[in-house]
Design a protein around this ligand. Structure first.
Ligand SMILES: NC(=O)c1ccc[n+]([C@@H]2O[C@H](COP(=O)([O-])OP(=O)(O)OC[C@H]3O[C@@H](n4cnc5c(N)ncnc54)[C@H](OP(=O)(O)O)[C@@H]3O)[C@@H](O)[C@H]2O)c1
Length: 359
């Protein structure tokens, strides 16, 4: 496989740091550029991050001395040095949209973790095991931008990564409604217990914008491509409550589903255990061997024990049982900054490379 030169925009942040560690020894991608805001620009990566390194894995030695560029003012220079960029910035939504579009127009594809472009019908929102075919709308987007290479592809919100993968293998049974309560880690806000001490021994029942994203984004992922754009699915109906809980990493969801055709719980578990997609078929470097793992123990999955399953790229499911109000209920867990953010972004880029969109 060809070697790709890549940039990380937002490299100093929580998700950017994850990208840095995941890409340090990546077989296809070499980090040629680190970029962030003007506050960090001109400093070495080590200086710019300062005391903000949030991961237990150390900062990659090869990146410590790299000089951080300004994602906005150095855009042309960055676009000229890399084949594509990963982007995870904490910016005003309008500005983030403009920034991503400017990179795409400069013929530099953007693999984005930001929400700014998620609602655009010709911007694919890809979970590689679920809707790899949505990549085809990139051609429509390129026509809109007038580009040969440049485009934007986005990752979904981290909260839905725990329950959308678990519901997907059940969709053909006619899933009519879903209720999901998510219990989300502090790293999902780009923070740790050190930088957010109020979260110790506490639950906060509000995460701005999260419930809206959690109810809408699955319908795009389960949507179909029509006339070169994605048309969102109209069902199932989804309602959510999203809570911030005192967990460092790992978003858990308590999920209730109703469906037209009921099957025994063993059959549902079989569907999960046998589910696989393009990443497994193509043996992509970051793909988990098994996307969905079912735990038969009644006290699993647990965020602390199970979030790092298959390098944080697998989804853990457990506690499937009938419910009195819905047909079934279960619990599912995903690592929010790995599968839910940087790891999911890297896997999406691998898929798009394998399909020729990043050549
Ligand atoms: N944390 C998660 O679990 C998670 C999951 C999925 C998606 N996301 C999304 O990923 C994005 C980043 O999240 P995060 O948790 O990594 O945030 P974060 O830790 O606050 O980091 C934000 C990054 O954005 C950079 N930035 C801020 N203003 C900028 C500007 N004007 N130009 C260029 N870079 C700028 C910062 O650079 P400086 O250091 O120079 O200020 C920093 O690198 C957000 O859109 C978030 O919603 C996060």
């Amino acid at each position: 496989m060809k070697q790709y030169q890549v940039g990380i925009i937002g490299a100093t942040g929580m998700v950017g740091q994850r990208f840095a560690t995941l890409l340090e020894h990546h077989p296809w991608f070499h980090v040629a550029v680190l970029a962030a805001s003007s506050r960090s620009a001109g400093k070495t990566y080590e200086e710019a991050v300062g005391g903000r390194w949030q991961l237990s894995a150390p900062m990659p030695e090869s990146m410590k001395g790299m000089v951080v560029l300004d994602a906005e003012n150095d855009l042309k220079k960055i676009a000229g040095q890399v084949d594509f960029v990963f982007c995870a910035v904490n910016m005003d939504k309008r500005k983030a949209k403009e920034l991503e579009e400017a990179y795409a127009r400069a013929e530099c594809p953007v693999i984005s973790n930001n929400s700014a472009n998620r609602g655009v019908p010709d911007v694919p929102m890809i979970v590689p095991e679920i809707n790899p075919d949505h990549a085809q709308v990139i051609e429509t987007q390129r026509r809109r931008f007038g580009t040969k290479r440049g485009f934007i592809a986005v990752k979904s919100n981290c909260s839905i990564q725990s329950y959308v993968p678990a519901v997907t293998p059940l969709l053909d049974l006619g899933v009519t409604k879903i209720l999901a309560c998510t219990y989300q880690a502090v790293s999902g806000a780009g923070k740790t217990f050190r930088s957010w001490p109020e979260m110790v021994d506490n639950v906060i029942p509000f995460i701005a914008g999260e419930e809206e994203k959690s109810e809408n984004e699955p319908l795009k992922i389960w949507g179909r491509v029509e006339n070169g754009v994605i048309v969102n699915a109209v069902s199932p109906s989804i309602t959510t409550q999203c809570l911030r809980v005192p967990v460092s990493d790992g978003h858990t969801a308590a999920v209730f589903v109703s469906m037209k055709k009921k099957i025994p719980t063993e059959e549902m578990i079989g569907r999960w255990e046998n589910y696989s997609g393009e990443p497994q078929r193509l043996h992509l470097p970051s793909a988990p061997k098994h996307f969905l793992h079912y735990f038969h123990e009644e006290d699993r999955p647990q965020s602390k024990l199970d979030r790092n399953l298959e390098n944080g790229m697998a989804i853990s499911i457990g506690r499937l049982r009938p419910d009195t109000q819905y047909d079934y209920k279960f619990v599912s867990l995903s690592h929010n900054t790995l599968r839910g953010a940087a790891g999911g972004g890297v896997l999406m880029a691998e898929l798009l490379c394998a399909k020729g969109y990043l050549d």
